[in-house]
Ligand binder design. Structure first.
Ligand code: SF4
Length: 144
């Protein structure tokens, strides 16, 4: 478990258009919480958040989150209104990209088995490193 991880939403929508329903409070990640997802993987059921790892993350560079920047630039908003969110005051995406990130955020899921071309571009960028591609492939094939 990643220290400080919390569940912030439950994944709904469809296989081709997943959509997170936010939880009113962040829920600390425990073995008991993860077990609630059985028989599927926790990332298929929950959206998790964790403290930014900054330079230890493959998406981080030039003192910013490249994932948040690409998501905001590439994806269409899925809501006109600012969605409710239990972690907004401490969210890096919010601090960096503001409302534009939040209006795209609910469509972001960890296990996206049928990502759109736009989502792939947002996650991988235009010239993804082999390290990033391998990480995305691991996520897309981790159906447990
Ligand atoms: S981008 Fe916005 S909606 Fe998404 S986790 Fe951050 S503050 Fe919440």
């Amino acid at each position: 478990m990643w220290p400080g991880s919390v569940a912030i939403g439950v994944i709904g929508g469809t296989a081709t258009a997943p959509l997170m329903a936010p939880l009113s409070e962040p829920v600390p990640v425990t073995d008991e919480l993860l077990a609630l997802a059985s028989p599927v993987t926790p990332t298929e059921v929950f959206r998790f958040a964790a403290p930014c790892r900054c330079n230890a993350c493959i998406h981080f560079g030039d003192a910013k989150c490249g994932l948040a920047e690409r998501l905001t630039r590439t994806l269409e908003p899925v809501t006109d209104e600012l969605p409710s969110c239990s972690i907004r005051p401490r969210c890096r995406w919010w601090q960096q990209e503001g409302e534009a990130a939040c209006r795209r955020c609910p469509q972001v899921v960890t296990d996206n088995f049928n990502p759109s071309a736009e989502m792939l571009a947002a996650v991988c960028g235009e010239n993804p490193s082999s390290e990033l591609l391998a990480a995305v492939l691991r996520s897309a094939t981790s159906s447990g």
